[in-house]
Design a protein around this ligand. Structure first.
Ligand SMILES: CC(C)(COP(=O)(O)OP(=O)(O)OC[C@H]1O[C@@H](n2cnc3c(N)ncnc32)[C@H](O)[C@@H]1OP(=O)(O)O)[C@@H](O)C(=O)NCCC(=O)NCCS
Length: 131
């Protein structure tokens, strides 16, 4: 297996990302293809995981570039899980990109263990959210 991570947005297989998000994710079920395409296009950074060119993982970040970065749409395909790719993907996004030094925020249902490994913790009492 030739697994690699790449932050080139032109390499993202939007159809594959859309298929996972719209049909398998718990947070973006039914998201239209055009919306996924726009979100990939307008993201400040995307990271893909590839196995011989096949898109097997993805993460997206958007930011004002100064005060806050939001991490979204993180996934690794089921058959590739449990071998450290999730941590590598998030670490590449968070630590190796241009936004390593600003505040990152995310939402997750059960990925807390993964994100703790790359420096995320519980939000402070200063955080508010409008649902
Ligand atoms: C969460 C996810 C990206 C992890 O990918 P992965 O390649 O299996 O992750 P890793 O092998 O690097 O494991 C890192 C840690 O992630 C956590 N983890 C692994 N699989 C997990 C799962 N299915 N659900 C939640 N957390 C998981 C564990 O804490 C693990 O630590 P451990 O090895 O000490 O047990 C992957 O399970 C996934 O795509 N899940 C479905 C989509 C999702 O929930 N995305 C996150 C939305 S916020």
């Amino acid at each position: 297996m030739a697994l690699e991570l790449d932050d080139d947005p032109r390499r993202i297989d939007v159809a594959a990302v859309h298929d996972y998000l719209a049909n398998q994710s718990y947070w973006a079920r039914g998201r239209p293809y055009e919306v996924v395409e726009r979100l990939v296009r307008e993201a400040q950074r995307v990271v893909g995981v590839y196995d011989d060119g096949r898109q097997v993982g993805f993460a997206r970040a958007f930011t004002d570039g100064v005060s806050l970065v939001y991490l979204a749409d993180v996934y690794v395909l089921p058959e590739y899980r449990g071998q450290g790719l999730g941590v590598r993907l998030v670490r590449e996004m968070v630590d190796n990109g241009p936004y390593a030094d600003i505040r990152w925020v995310l939402h997750t249902r059960d990925g807390h263990g993964l994100y703790r490994k790359v420096g995320f913790g519980e939000p402070s009492e200063r955080v508010m959210e409008r649902g």
